[in-house]
Design a protein around this ligand. Sequence first.
Ligand code: UGA
Length: 441
Amino acid sequence: MSLKITVIGTGYLGATHAAAMAELGFEVLGLDVVPEKIEMLSAGKVPMYEPGLEELLAQHVAGIEGSSGRLRFTTSWEEVGAFGDVHFVCVNTPQKHGEYACDMSYVDAAFGSLAPVVREGSLVVGKSTVPVGSADRLAELLPEGAELAWNPEFLREGFAVQDTLHPDRLVVGVRSERAEKILREVYATPIGEGSPFVVTDFPTAELVKTSANSFLATKISFINAMAEVCEAAGGDVVKLAEAIGYDDRIGKKFLRAGIGFGGGCLPKDIRAFMARAGELGADQALTFLREVDSINMRRRGHMVELAREAVGGDSFLGKRVAVLGATFKPDSDDVRDSPALNVAGQIHLQGGQVTVYDPKGMDNARRLFPTLGYADTALGAVRGADVVLHLTEWREFRELDPAALGAVTAERVILDGRNALDPVLWREAGWTYRAMGRPAA
Ligand code: UGA
């Protein structure tokens, strides 16, 4: 008989994982402690914006016409315990307030609720990003007869469905052949399609996740450091990235210079990694991540300075600043630690009149930064602006007509914080175009 799967926590990771498991043919029960989320999901609605996810849910949520009926949601731990052969724990692990370490309270609470209800023989699979050593500790919380495995997730927001159904690798930390066998069964379809399946111990599985994100963060900060040098030396970081990217040992991905990385993962993961290394007495090994973090945070300040220069150099008082983009990256509505909103907020706090527009992130941005100005369209945001800041590289912004925008702004000055617009197009329409790490004209 086919395995029955539960997914605990229905955020970006859990909601996607639950829908993907149903798509792979399993009966799935998702749990969240927030009843509103469960209501929405049960009606086939996704509580956040993730391309393709709502369509996938609609194909599987029980009660929706024409669906497979394999996916249901609940708030009941008893139901989850009775139902599941395999329980995936997908709750989030944010940064603790006031320190670098990650906040394990949601993971601990999930294990605390799950442990008393799991059936004999069930497998609990941790997916949350946790400090190395957590799995060893959490395994102790499960009753005898239930087992733990650690299976980190590498999905990117904006590509979550694709990344979950067709992962570029699967990594499982296990303590028994039985656990490995169960996970091979769960992932039989992607394994059959050729996804590499890496079997390892708990600490390595946990470390794979944090080291992958640290590497990505380092790559972005590397190119942003090159952008700083390019600015000082009159070079062009976009050309530089293209040229070094042809070396396939380097590769061209994640070499886009700009206002840097944000989101719910990279920033907090490198900090939690440093904190954990410190506890283990290995802090020296990761001191470079401090530099990666500070290069990254410096980009935001630098964007604010470029904007200040663009409006005359002294202050933002009385100046109108249009901000295109609020989310931490395109194709997401996520504004957690968003560089775009951070820049908008800094300028606002310094007296600028900031108006923000984002295709999907408006509600979340408003909640986080209610005092900023918001417009319903890009055109509305730039009306009367002394400077336009392009801070999240949505396709919609690349398709804007520079002439139409220029007709309503006070000044034709645009700063490209993502190196994603075509400078020639904007300059031809009479704009002063400036980008990070590139020559002024
Ligand atoms: C990241 C990882 O890419 C995923 O593999 C991982 O599973 C996920 O974190 C996680 O830990 O859950 P995500 O946060 O969705 O995924 O976003 P990324 O695509 O990695 O982008 C992160 C940030 O880096 C964004 O703010 C983006 O604008 C910025 N970035 C990315 C750059 O500034 N330059 C680049 O060249 C690439």
